[in-house]
Design a protein. Structure first.
Length: 173
């Protein structure tokens, strides 16, 4: 579902992308945090979202990065497994982190997308060209996103966004 722009505008934005950045909790996970009796934090990731990272990279040459306010070894391990080198933990000012990544990679704002679900993602939305949110994102985030996905966070929302991008670019298979 498109929001801030028409589908043709989303397609034009998708064609310029070189980097897709995403929040973790509430996007790549269902937002739940699990602790064992030893206090170890566990997070549930959707395997199809991982395939989305691979499809972006191999079919379109688009890299993926994670920008999260949490400091979680589980997120670092997931990023490592997926070959995601842009993994920024403890990002309290996500917009600054996104701007720094774009500057370091010599990318313009319209060459990046951001997928987020909560109010701490809104400032990051302002510094990229294309934005999206899971179907269960907060209303404020839905109002600001270009694309409101059907899937909820942790249940394939990232993969849904990837497939929209690939289809818009003609890279899907």
């Amino acid at each position: 579902m498109t929001n801030r722009s028409k589908a043709t505008d989303v397609a034009a934005l998708a064609c310029r992308l070189k980097l897709v950045l995403t929040d973790c909790d509430g996007v790549l996970t269902d937002g739940g945090v699990y602790y064992s009796e030893r206090g170890e934090e566990l997070k549930r990731f959707n395997i199809r979202d991982g395939m989305g990272v691979e499809r972006l990279r191999t079919l379109a040459g688009i890299e993926t990065g994670i920008v999260t306010g949490e400091i979680s070894p589980a997120v670092s391990r997931r990023a490592e497994k997926l070959g995601i080198s842009e993994c920024h933990l403890g990002a309290k000012d996500k917009a600054s982190v996104v701007r720094a990544v774009l500057e370091r990679l010599n990318l313009s704002f319209d060459e990046a997308a951001y997928l987020g679900d909560d109010v701490n993602d809104l400032l990051a939305f302002a510094v990229v060209g294309l934005t999206a949110c899971p179907g269960d994102a907060l209303d404020e985030v839905k109002a600001a996103a270009h694309i409101i996905l059907e899937k909820p966070g942790g249940y394939g929302a990232f993969r849904e966004f990837v497939e929209i991008i690939l289809k818009a670019r003609g890279d899907g298979a």
